[in-house]
Design a protein around this ligand. Structure first.
Ligand code: C5P
Ligand code: MG
Length: 211
């Protein structure tokens, strides 16, 4: 009789777990140096697998462009210097965009970029998300530099696609972002992709992670 009483506990627990899992946002972080192709690959993933692409950099640029934004100047300064905006701002922009989308699966591109981003995110969003993996686009510095300079010359309109800003952005990437990638590597969550090939060739590798 005793066993009978407890037979119901397991399925109930399992159902509860499924319920809480489906309540959470499913996310993948997308990291890599400036010009590694994060945005390009995210667009392809959106097309083929229906995720919502949220670029932290794009959200910050949008916020900066808003008339009367109290953070406009601060964001502008960080973007020009290739330094990282305080997490309270970036994380709120991300959470708002997630809520507004009414969707459940997100590619969060260019985030978390440093320890402050990581800690702030874990505090504000840790319980609300299920992190599937960290997509890491690995690309040598010379290739990344050339891509950003080409993008600038082709009229990206970005204040930071120039040699002076790029040097600072790479410095931030090496000193602040690489330790975050290493942190996720230690949790076995990093999926590394060689990003030196053409966008279509890179996407062939990316696809395997989503199918
Ligand atoms: O990812 P993207 O290259 O578009 O980022 C452009 C700039 O936006 C970064 O160099 C940085 O100044 C800012 N940024 C940030 N925090 C993030 C992502 C981007 O401060 N998590
Ligand atoms: Mg981008």
């Amino acid at each position: 009789m005793k066993t009978c009483k407890f037979m119901f506990i397991r399925p109930v627990l399992r159902a509860l777990q499924t319920l809480t899992m489906s309540d959470k946002y499913n996310i993948a972080f997308v990291l890599g140096g400036p010009g590694a192709g994060k945005g390009t690959q995210c667009s392809k993933i959106v097309e083929e697998f229906g995720y919502v692409h949220l670029s932290a950099g794009d959200l910050l640029r949008e916020e900066r462009a808003k008339l009367g934004s109290e953070f406009g100047e601060l964001i502008e300064g960080h973007i020009k210097n290739g330094t990282i905006v305080p997490v309270e701002i970036t994380c709120s922009l991300l959470e708002r965009a997630m809520k507004d989308s009414k969707k459940n699966e997100f590619l969060i591109d260019g985030f978390p970029r440093n320890q402050d981003n990581l800690e702030g995110w874990n505090k504000q969003m840790g319980d609300k998300v299920n992190l599937k993996f960290v997509l890491f686009f690995e690309c040598p510095l010379n290739v990344c530099t050339q891509r950003c300079l080409d993008r600038g010359a082709a009229g990206s309109g970005r204040a930071d696609d120039n040699m002076e800003s790029l040097k600072k952005r790479f410095n931030t990437y090496m000193t602040a972002t690489m330790p975050i990638i290493e942190h996720y590597e230690s949790l076995d969550l990093v999926r590394k992709i060689d990003a030196t090939q053409s966008p279509d060739e890179v996407f062939e590798e990316v696809k395997k992670l989503f199918t």
